[in-house]
Design a protein around this ligand. Structure first.
Ligand code: ZN
Length: 206
């Protein structure tokens, strides 16, 4: 078979897709966990699992490699006199809880009332993913996204609402399916002005 690779000198035929290496001690840790869970890490189906899990966790936690504020550096100040709420809602995301390393899956609504500075709308989702791709608790995730927008865009107001299901609650413990946790962080005029808050909440569908 012929592989085509842009970096021929770095090309490794044993790893044609250039996947990241998973060090032996990381694989050992996952084998230990498999054994602890009651399985046999040496059986065929589990042989490559330590490598896969190692790589998967690099992806789940790729947010550690970035400062999410980077996505808010490209700002537009010419907004044609637009001075109303900007809202991105139903943004799906996945994170992992820091207590059980279990998945948190949900959706977020992010709104701000600009004060001269706006960003491309997809950037709000990038900020969310930057913080979500770390070990989290939902309360902190919500607060970090709101604070990042508040600090970098200096808007009149910010509102972030997150609804999510927690794997550590649906798959273990009380095993309650379909229960969603809702968290919000509201800053500036959305906090101080009752009418602004009502407006942003109704745009979000609450
Ligand atoms: Zn948990």
């Amino acid at each position: 078979m012929n592989y085509v690779c842009a970096h021929d000198d770095e090309f490794d035929p044993d790893n044609p897709l250039g996947k990241p290496d998973v060090p032996e001690h990381v694989q050992d840790a996952i084998r230990t966990l498999l054994e602890w869970a009651g399985d046999d890490p040496a059986r065929e189906g589990l042989l490559d699992t330590p490598k896969r899990v190692g790589r998967a966790w690099l992806e789940y936690c790729e947010g550690y490699k970035e400062d999410p504020a980077i996505h808010l550096t490209r700002q537009f100040t010419e907004v044609g006199g637009y001075d109303e709420i900007v809202l991105l809602k139903d943004i799906p995301f996945q994170s992992h809880c820091e207590h059980h390393m279990a998945p948190i899956t949900g959706k977020a609504a992010i709104a701000y009332l600009p004060n001269k500075k706006v960003v491309g709308i997809s950037k709000l989702a990038r900020v969310l993913h930057g913080y979500a791709h770390r070990l989290q608790i939902q309360e902190r995730l919500t607060a970090e996204v709101a604070q990042c927008i508040w600090d970098n865009l200096e808007p009149h107001g910010v509102a972030v609402v997150i609804e999510a299901q927690h794997g550590c609650m649906t798959g273990r413990g009380v095993k309650t399916h379909g229960v969603e946790m809702v968290t919000s962080r509201i800053l500036g005029c959305f906090l101080e002005d009752h009418r602004s808050r009502k407006e942003v909440m109704s745009l979000m569908g609450y």
